[in-house]
Design a protein. Structure first.
Lengths: 237, 237
DNA sequence: TCAAAAGTGTTATGATTACACCCATGA
DNA sequence: TCATGGGTGTAATCATAACACTTTTGA
């Protein structure tokens, strides 16, 4: 129980020698469905296994810097929303110290998703959150946690708009909330609510070439940095 | 940017050699004020410095296990609420890898606080959150984050009751919320709200020897494990 | 009998819900 | 002209806020 009585292979004795990895749950909203970027990996037996985008922390990198670099590597663009979830510990196969993952979640705008081309590796896929299978157990825990966090946070802040293009229709917003929260929302009540929040403003543009009345495009009435803190937003449906 | 090209002093090469510490913000509600346990520490120059209860991860310990052991060491009792905040990174004085703190916050019931005696060290103090000074910068960040988290979580779950004795009056609950949220709450509206939530039940006991009308004691109508998940609680004042 | 805190009741306001309806457009 | 989705209006219901009031107790 006293300090300094542990094995000290590491230069920083007295400190633990846990292995640390950064894992990113990268979200995208496309075709009415919430998707996550998964990376294909072959294990020693040649079996295919999916995992979250991840990397270890490089010399000189901060932990959030590592997460940002993972995003840049897989997504190419660099206007994304990124926030830490928490640290996850799990038994190490090779050490008596737990392995540690620091989980992050990110959101990428649909319009930025000329991603398929940018991604260096073909072993990458956007998978609907409802259709994920073969994700390793440790990453499944992080994914589930990120979904819980995402659901909570889109209700108390405007971060959900990071999944939509710059210009969007009110119904797109509604479908986003319906999909992520797994609920049905009344259309007219949703419109009234979001409009009187003064959160979006009319861009004076309309849909074109749709086979029904064209919807107005709106854009978000808020700076990126205001998203998480500030402004009392309450999307309780 | 490729894996495995970093310096590999550590046995676990390819993995980083960040130093990790577990920090605990331990809350207590006493005499109408929210307090935090701080530990006195002398730096190399003999100056007094306060820090959060902390330790490094011992061999064979999980990260949450380390946090629990910190609680046991400083508090003595072992029925406390404990939850992780997140991982914090900050520049290391001695390495090009960031140092990492995994922050936790804990709540200790007032009645369990025959703590002053149990605590092994005299260099420990309960300080009102409004009166904290001399806390080192890294721990200040964690403390501030824990307060934000605490404020959010007591509004959407019943975890705040972990700061109260088993039997409490409705006004005690109200004062707890007023103190933590830094607001004033209307008494009759608060009573109506909490009673119709069916969250507490009348214990058929009353205050004794008070120089005013004795208040009823209530107790929480919920199991510990239900606290965080489940049950739609909404303490929006 | 007074002060202090417990505890009750009432009304006004505002948000949410449910639902019916009209509008614009391409096929 | 019909189907489809965009968009408006309204009445009922429910939660909240504000505030005035009564009750119980020890000093």
């Amino acid at each position: 129980m006293e300090k300094g009585d542990e094995n000290s292979k590491n230069t920083a004795n007295q400190y633990s020698t846990n292995r640390i990895e950064i894992d990113c749950v990268i979200f995208n909203f496309e075709g009415e469905s919430l998707k996550v970027l998964l990376v294909k990996q072959k294990d020693n037996h040649g079996n295919i296994n999916w995992e979250l985008a991840n990397d270890c922390i490089k010399k000189g990198e901060t932990i959030s810097g590592t997460a940002q670099n993972i995003l840049k590597k897989y997504i190419g663009v660099d206007n994304f929303f990124l926030e830490q979830l928490k640290a996850f510990g799990y038994p190490s196969p090779s050490s008596s110290y737990e392995d540690i993952s620091i989980g992050y979640y990110a959101m990428v705008k649909t319009e930025d998703k000329d991603l398929e081309n940018n991604v260096f590796s073909p072993d990458v896929e956007w998978v609907s959150v409802n259709e994920i299978s073969g994700l390793n157990a440790k990453h499944k825990v992080i994914l589930d946690y990120s979904l819980k966090e995402l659901r909570q946070n889109i209700c108390k802040s405007a971060i959900g708009f990071n999944l939509l293009p710059e210009k969007f229709t009110l119904l797109q917003v509604m479908h986003l909330y319906e999909e992520i929260l797994g609920i049905e929302i009344n259309k007219s009540n949703f419109r009234r609510k979001i409009l009187q929040m003064n959160l979006v403003h009319d861009s004076n543009q309309k849909e074109e070439a749709v086979s029904h009345r064209a919807a107005k495009f709106y854009s978000l009435n808020m700076q990126q940095h205001e998203m998480l803190s500030s402004r009392e937003i309450n999307f309780n449906f």
